[in-house]
Design a protein around this ligand. Sequence first.
Ligand SMILES: *Cc1c(COP(=O)(O)O)cnc(C)c1O
Ligand SMILES: [Zn+2]
Length: 438
Amino acid sequence: MTERRNLLRCESCGTELDELDPRTSCPKCGGLLSLEIGMPSERGAALRALFDDRLSVAARAERSDIGASGVWRFRELVLPHIADKNLVTQWEGNTPLLWRESVAHWASVPELLLKHEGHNPTGSFKDRGMTVAVSQAVRIGASAVSCASTGNTSASLAAYAPLAGIPAIVLVPAGQVALGKLAQTLAYGARTLMVRGDFDDCLRLARESSERLGVYLANSINPFRIAGQTTIVLELLQQLGWHAPDWIVLPAGNLGNTAAFGAALRMASATGLIDSSPRLAAVQAEGAAPFARSFRSGFAERNAVRAETVATAIKIGDPASYERGVRAIRETDGVVIEVSDAEILEAKAVIDASGVGCEPASAASVAGARRLAKDGTISRGDRVVAVLTGHILKDPGILLDYHKDAGRPMANTPIEIDAEISAVERVLKDAVSTSASR
Ligand SMILES: *Cc1c(COP(=O)(O)O)cnc(C)c1O
Ligand SMILES: [Zn+2]
């Protein structure tokens, strides 16, 4: 390792801050900060070997080795120099890369793999960013942490903060958070503020309270969150034997993850982990697609909308990481598209019925892959990884609404019966004959 320290730099005006500075935006111009780390001394094959060795040690060892975390395994590219004693980890990451014939077929992408981030400790990729942000909070001695959230960030922060012994305050839009996420947040013990407003209002309040009240902000504008989320890409590249796919497709809301994916690919190329970069495809919901609109104008203008979609995790009208997102799309020759709620729900039903399952926002990636295959942007034979960002149980309300509505194309309506064996027999006969006729 080089001994150069990490530093924080404003992406707008270039102001530098010490890496232990608790501020999460530029004190001069309000711009976003990025975390700049020294390049590791290992490159290419040596760096791949370092990461691969940790993986094989972790596979054998009990979960006490730091390499058993799918984030800290890549620590040289995440946050070098942090002391082990500051790490707050629940062995996040290590999520599977899955192939399901039914999903690949539906999307018309034969080589479609699903990177299932719903397998993280609290059920979403947010844990990868949160382990780093909360470790940083410990490192700088933060007295409290907070975030605004559509639900998953709050669930994740609520789970990690107690491990660090730091109180957490979360702001969520009242009545707009999926049931599983709200339940988790309460159960893990965060002080939960239900704001009469939308996500964008919550974020404004969170930023203000961090500036005025000195609370450490754990939103995705926090550069340490982004650093942790780069490991989604590093890990999937490792799972593919460091042979990069042609495309990585992800749902895009606040654009923290889009930014993280861009940063990961920049690093993976610069350090020689891979020799060709995948293209990124960011997918938004039609009713919350300001970034897709900007893309269509060649990023000539930044847009904001009042967001409306069933996919609450990407129901964001004014993405905070806009500039970082633009950079990620430009650098990877990427695309930004939008899909309808109906397409999202159809994709979700196919993913769910394959036994994999995911929350609504996650299904936008598969719906997006299908769009891109249909319009020829994704070519037949392209290797595509679609990221499933959250677990199926995050949003049980939407599942029950869908399956109790017999009018839905893939509805699996429950059958109420009398407590008699003959009723069970009738259903069984029907099930066997339907599956035989397939
Ligand atoms: C946070 C989240 C997203 C959106 O990620 P951004 O970084 O806000 O673009 C998508 N899906 C799920 C499940 C999420 O929790
Ligand atoms: Zn600045």
